[in-house]
Design a protein around this ligand. Structure first.
Ligand SMILES: Cc1cc2nc3c(=O)[nH]c(=O)nc-3n(C[C@H](O)[C@H](O)[C@H](O)COP(=O)(O)OP(=O)(O)OC[C@H]3O[C@@H](n4cnc5c(N)ncnc54)[C@H](O)[C@@H]3O)c2cc1C
Ligand code: SF4
Length: 514
């Protein structure tokens, strides 16, 4: 029976469930570079280049493994421009009797796939994506009937399921979570591992030229593109991370330093999310480093929690909440993001650093995303759907199933606390504690009002004051509300005027990127 197996850009795994269900001797694997996927948001140039180059290299790997691959390039003059259009052309070319496909990572593409059977009149077998630990049904069963969904409890289930860091049915070290030990600020004189820089080969060079010519108006720069685009090279970065950075990953997980883009982070998310690396394999290897005495428990537990905890949890929430999750806006925020989110041209040093490196590399680490750009967007009351679009555009690892819950749920509190128990807001003091940014900034992090005051400070208190009705009874915000309400009426008034003046000036001066 002739089978067509479409392999999407984030399905670059040789052991994909759809491939396992097909016989190479009777199958055509279809890979499609389509305009719709590159432009439905204005993806960062490096993100497009990475995906296209990784797809082209993966097509070669599939062919080497014995598959017949039909590859449609973006610049093919007959390219239909969409997945469904390309499936229609492939059905004509190959006359398959069935399509086997691994489920898509997002609602938009899943809706297309679900329409193919009716549209083309052939059977479409949609396989579960078992590169994830928890199936949709498993996550829903876990969530069902719970008053509150909290990652920590889901994570424990995943630890039990995988037996990662378990001694029998007890967590190794007697605790599930060692996060309290993972909040050290870093110093510039510490040894800093640098991720591998991969020299573009001829195939990547061709893609870079294509992207430069075709997506010139997209954010970011291609200069210095250094990502791995093959499973072999991604594996080199993984081995390097496990040996060199993982030992201190935990201690400095939340730290930020001027000019240091990667610190002790793995920089593996693009490879994991597109399928070049297997997340559970990485966790098992991280555990082996701990068991061999080379990595402390706080580091390895922190790393494993990010993957089998947060990553799986985000996916579960995304699919459970449905396609309208994207339009939630609990705090009714409507402000446009300032135009300098696309240029980095601001005198707030923390934002300049986080946005600058984002535009240069399509990467920023978690705390930069959450407590610098995300925190600022939430404090100014930016529209969460617009903030979501920005994160989806600018990060190389951004696919909606993982980016949306992180942005709209965790960072912007758009779901009103479904995903996290309180909004991630802070004054400048947090950024000062975790980074050296404030010592390079023209603003004074210790001041709340006045021309030199750090804008985060007044914005933070103004945010709490503006939303007291909705957030005032949140137990995790009791302390800051008590502090705010103890201040004199005059001091509160001055703070709010400071915030309003800043916001008015922001709206006037910057324009918007959208
Ligand atoms: C507003 C916002 C948007 C984000 N958008 C994305 C996104 O589009 N894609 C994405 O993969 N991550 C996203 N994250 C999570 C996190 O920032 C990135 O996974 C991480 O920075 C990737 O870099 P790394 O591989 O060096 O991670 P490391 O710090 O080395 O962490 C190890 C791994 O854990 C996983 N991980 C860590 N935190 C999370 C998380 N919160 N959710 C899911 N996986 C996690 C990643 O696979 C990562 O490779 C977002 C976070 C925030 C606050
Ligand atoms: S002083 Fe404020 S604006 Fe400047 S780096 Fe610190 S937190 Fe950012």
């Amino acid at each position: 029976m002739k089978t067509l197996v479409p392999v999407l850009g984030d399905q670059l795994s040789l052991s994909l469930s759809s491939l396992r269900a097909a016989d190479p001797s009777e199958t055509v694997v279809l890979m499609m570079e389509v305009a719709e996927e590159t432009t439905y948001v204005r993806h960062h140039k490096q993100k497009i280049a990475y995906i296209l180059s990784a797809m082209r290299h993966h097509a070669e790997a599939l062919a080497k493994a014995g598959w017949t691959v039909d590859y449609v390039r973006l610049d093919d003059p007959d390219n239909a421009g969409s997945f469904t259009g390309e499936i229609a052309r492939a059905v004509q070319r190959h006359a398959p009797e069935r399509i086997v496909v691994t489920e898509a990572g997002e609602w938009r593409v899943m809706a297309m796939i679900e329409g193919w059977e009716t549209l083309f009149g052939i059977s479409v077998d949609i396989r579960a994506d078992d590169r994830f630990l928890a199936s949709h049904a498993e996550f829903d069963a876990w969530a069902e009937g719970r008053k509150e969904l909290r990652m920590e409890f889901f994570y424990r289930e995943m630890r039990r399921k995988t037996a990662l860091l378990m001694d029998g049915n007890k967590p190794v070290g007697g605790r599930w979570n060692f996060d309290k030990e993972n909040r050290k600020p870093a110093k510039t004189d510490l040894f800093m591992p640098r991720p591998h820089a991969f020299e573009p080969d001829a195939m990547t060079a061709e893609v870079l030229a294509l992207v430069e010519a075709r997506f010139a108006d997209h954010p970011g720069s291609l200069e210095g593109f250094a990502y791995a685009v093959t499973a072999n090279d991604a594996e080199k970065q993984a081995a390097y991370f496990l040996a060199k950075a993982l030992p201190q990953f935990g201690d400095y997980e939340d730290a930020m330093l001027t000019g240091e883009r990667f610190l002790w982070h793995s920089i593996l998310s693009p490879y994991i999310n597109s399928g070049l690396l297997d997340p559970v394999d990485l966790c098992r290897r991280a555990e082996a480093e701990y068991r061999a005495g080379r990595v402390p428990l706080n580091s390895v537990e922190g790393y494993i929690r990010q993957i089998i905890g947060w990553r799986e949890y985000m996916r579960g929430i995304y699919w459970r909440e449905g396609p309208d999750y994207v339009s939630r806006n609990f705090l009714r925020h409507t402000r446009k993001l300032p135009g300098w989110y696309w240029t980095g041209d601001t005198d707030m040093h923390c934002l300049k650093e986080a946005i600058g490196q984002t535009l240069a590399t399509a990467h920023a680490h978690h705390i930069q995303r959450l407590m610098v750009t995300g925190n600022f967007a939430l404090l100014i009351g930016a529209d969460p759907a617009e903030v979501h679009r920005w994160y989806l555009e600018v990060y190389i690892d951004a696919y909606e199933w993982v980016e949306l819950p992180n942005t709209l749920g965790m960072s912007q509190f758009g779901d009103g606390g479904l995903l996290g128990s309180k909004p991630y807001v802070s004054s400048g003091a947090y950024i000062d504690r975790m980074s050296d940014y404030c010592s390079h900034c023209r603003y004074d992090v210790k001041q709340r009002v006045g021309a030199d005051a750090c804008p985060y400070n007044a914005l933070y208190w103004d945010f709490l004051a503006r939303h007291e009705k909705k957030l005032g009874d949140n137990p995790r915000l009791r302390m800051p509300y008590n502090t705010w309400n103890k201040q004199s009426a005059q001091s509160r008034k001055e703070t709010r005027i400071q915030a309003e003046t800043f916001l008015r000036a922001l709206d006037k001066s910057t324009g918007t990127g959208y």
